[in-house]
Design a protein around this ligand. Structure first.
Ligand code: FMN
Length: 377
């Protein structure tokens, strides 16, 4: 990275830390998140902020073309799913009504990619979800970790596709769409049908992302996420989705996001399935389900510092299987990407690209540029 960019990254970091002390850490994680989303919603169409974020991005982010999962990203670090995902609604007609009323149902869709580069939108489920109630987000500054049980709150695929299709000319140059099976749907055929319908509405409305991610791994509902990650379930779900994309000649690669702490054989088996089906990349990992800080009978997913070791363990197992069998599936590191060292540990595992969420909170909107400036190859 050139010295000027390094200085700018340092300045961005210092400014963010002082801002965060005064305006973010003063509130609990959920309050500050809600305030941030409200703010993004309010500035989404502001010419000043659109220009300022574009300029800041151009100054801080060098173009680093990165081939990964069947595409070439402009930058190797993506903002992971779960930040730009939209409001929750109780049902589809309410979500569609909000779109018709001109409301911004996916705050950040326009401004966040301008600022940080590639973003994975979602997860979206077939139908809207209101998510879990009460306190659903925590942060641990000492461990640089987050924990959440948002519970796949989102406006649903139909309203999200409708909303984005009306703004097609403003969509970012590169973005992903993450689709999750609906929690609570036990019937496998119905679950697959809903995933395909969800993907299908984006395609039908010509909201074609740069990549689709199929999220097999959400720990923050009362479903068991490991259930979708057995060989037969993963093969069925991914197989039908690939069939659907191929049949409709959709030229968008499919990636899959998986959990940490699965059995070693499970990683090897899943990678084999992904390779055989033509899945282009696997994102390892989603958050780690742990007892929620306020009620240990509930599960809340841990991200950030406390997840990093789990993510690198998963990636090591995937990499070993890939080397042994010559699988053609790119690895994407996700989990505790917080600084140059954690980026190095991912790079040492031959990841093609990385994703982050918690770093956005602990290192600010220029986290990816700051991490890149700290990285020593
Ligand atoms: C509040 C919150 C909401 C999230 N929602 C989603 C989601 O909807 N879909 C998904 O695939 N991952 C979701 N994630 C997981 C992140 O995409 C990421 O996998 C995880 O936080 C690990 O990255 P990190 O260690 O950089 O935070 C969410 C994470 C957080 C903190």
């Amino acid at each position: 990275m050139n010295p000027l960019r390094r200085v700018l990254a340092k300045a961005a970091e210092v400014s963010y830390q002082s801002y965060a002390e005064r305006f973010i850490y003063k509130f609990d994680a959920q309050q500050s998140h809600a305030m941030l989303i409200d703010w993004l919603e309010s500035i989404e169409d502001s010419p000043f902020w659109l220009a300022a974020t574009t300029t800041a991005h151009n100054l801080l982010y060098p173009k680093l073309p990165t081939p990964v999962g069947g595409i070439t990203l402009d930058y190797p670090m993506m903002l992971a799913a779960g930040f730009v995902k939209g409001h929750g609604y109780a049902n589809e007609s309410m979500a569609l009504q909000a779109v018709k009323a001109g409301q911004n149902i996916i705050p950040g869709w326009r401004i966040v990619p301008r600022l940080v580069g590639p973003v994975e939108f979602g997860s979206f489920t077939r139908y809207p979800r209101i998510g879990n109630t009460g306190t659903v987000m925590w942060r641990d500054r000492r461990q640089l970790s987050t924990q959440n049980r948002v519970g796949l709150k989102n406006p649903g695929a139909v309203a999200a596709a409708h909303f984005l299709s009306e703004r097609k000319d403003q969509l970012p140059k590169q973005f992903g769409i993450n689709i999750a099976p609906s929690p609570g749907v036990d019937n496998e055929r119905e679950s697959i049908k809903q995933v395909i319908e969800a993907m299908g509405v984006f395609i039908k409305r010509e909201v074609l992302p740069t990549w689709f991610t199929l999220n097999l791994s959400c720990p923050n509902t009362e479903d068991d996420p490991t259930g979708a990650q057995t060989e037969s379930s993963a093969r069925n779900m991914c197989g039908y989705v690939m069939q659907f994309l191929n049949k409709n000649q959709v030229d968008v690669p499919l990636w899959v996001k998986i959990s940490p702490r699965l059995a070693p054989e499970q990683y090897a088996t899943m990678l084999k399935v992904f390779h055989e089906l033509g899945i282009k990349a696997v994102i390892a990992t989603n958050t780690l389900g742990m007892p929620s800080p306020e009620d240990d009978t509930l599960t809340a997913g841990v991200g950030g510092g406390l997840l990093h070791k789990e993510a690198t363990t998963a990636l090591t197992l995937l990499r070993n299987a890939s080397i042994e069998h010559g699988y053609n599936v790119d690895l994407i590191g996700c989990g505790g990407l917080l600084n140059g060292d954690s980026y190095s540990s991912f790079k040492n595992l031959d990841v093609a690209a990385v994703q982050y969420w918690s770093a956005l909170i602990f290192r600010g909107p220029f986290a990816a540029a700051i991490i890149q400036s700290e990285y020593k190859p």
